[in-house]
Design a protein. Structure first.
Lengths: 155, 209
């Protein structure tokens, strides 16, 4: 960003211009800004541009949502909380049942000598592949935060 | 239950004790602010509603980590901005939704007094262009601009919310406004607005975009 290349004086003038535009400038700071403006006509143009831009944005505000948005807002949040719990329970149940099913199938394949060996090994390879894939996806989801460039915004 | 004399601290403590109704009161207090924050960051009603509600749901699940001695909203804000930033990284789906949704800004001058039809069209176009230009800003630039222009927060409040010094607030605002001026110059919407000033970064360096 260009602002990182600015000298301390330039940075100070930029900050004072913003304070002027947003009317958060003190009398002393205004005098300091005006001195800088007198020395550089380009700065005056820039400040004028910012003030005109401010006039434009001042005439705009975020669109109001439909009135009923607020009526059911908390209920929707509450439903999310309930559904979060139900998803956790469903996931836990599915993992336990899935693990048990895979174990049952593998045990049956090992015990069943009537099925040709290469078929048994192929089915077990298929199952093992799915299990590894499932664990990999779960691990990725759980540890995704480590590579999240926005993790620093979490307090 | 809706009485203002019940402090956020008391509600947070009760929510931490497992009382959902207390958390519901916090939601009611801050839902509009949360929604408008998300709207400024993602630009569509549906997404803003979804992400702000999701932020509250996550806040409830993480309620044990809230410090009751500190203001509640800045803590919630961190969750909202993280959700919104993560969401806006998927630019393709976001772009499609934005195109369908139209502008997220309203012109406050419309409806105040009768306006000529051609003037109304001009104003609507200007509003749309400004909204689109803000969409194209970087996340941090957009965030600081929304907090200042549309949430109308003072510099001190923004500094507290983002946990940055006041000087950084002003520097980011400068970068955001300069980028916005450039965006509007490229679209030639605001005739003469950026003819000689911020678009070229007068008095400072040559620019970065």
């Amino acid at each position: 960003m260009s602002e990182m290349n600015a000298s301390p004086d330039q940075e100070r003038v930029r900050q004072l211009m913003m304070a002027e535009v947003d009317q958060e400038i003190s009398g002393e700071e205004r005098d300091e800004l005006h001195s800088a403006l007198e020395e550089d006509p380009g700065l005056r143009d820039e400040l004028e541009t910012f003030q005109r831009l401010k006039e434009v944005t001042d005439t705009m505000s975020p669109l109001k949502p439909p009135g009923e948005t607020w009526d059911g807002y908390w209920e929707d949040v509450y439903r999310r909380l309930e559904r979060g719990v139900s998803w956790i329970l469903i996931s836990l149940g599915a993992i336990v049942l899935g693990t048990w099913s895979v174990w049952t199938v593998v045990r049956g394949l090992i015990a069943d000598t009537s099925i040709p060996g290469f078929i048994r090994w192929s089915i077990m390879a298929l199952l093992a592949g799915f299990v590894i894939l499932f664990v990999s996806v779960i691990r990725e989801r759980l540890f995704m935060g480590k590579s999240d460039p926005y993790k620093d915004v979490v307090r | 239950m809706n009485s203002p004399e019940i402090t956020d601290r008391a509600l947070v403590l009760r929510a931490q004790g497992g009382e959902r109704a207390a958390f519901g009161e916090l939601v009611t207090r801050y839902m509009q602010r949360a929604y408008y924050t998300a709207l400024g960051l993602v630009g569509t009603h549906d997404d803003a509603l979804d992400l702000s509600q999701e932020a509250f749901a996550r806040a409830f699940r993480a309620r044990a980590t809230i410090d009751p001695e500190r203001p509640f909203f800045p803590w919630l804000y961190q969750i909202i901005r993280r959700l919104c930033f993560n969401y806006t990284r998927d630019q393709r789906s976001r772009r499609q939704k934005l195109e369908k949704a139209g502008s997220w800004l309203a012109d406050t001058t419309m409806g105040e007094r009768p306006v000529r039809p051609d003037r109304a069209v001009e104003r609507a176009e200007l509003r749309d262009r400004v909204a689109e230009a803000i969409e194209r800003l970087g996340e941090r630039e957009r965030e600081i601009l929304v907090l200042r222009e549309f949430q109308e927060l003072r510099y001190r409040e923004i500094a507290e919310l983002l946990e940055i010094p006041m000087g950084t607030v002003m520097s980011r605002l400068y970068a955001a406004r300069r980028a916005l001026a450039r965006e509007l110059e490229n679209t030639s919407v605001v005739s003469g607005l950026v003819s000689g000033g911020a678009a070229r970064g007068a008095g400072v360096d040559g620019g970065d975009r």
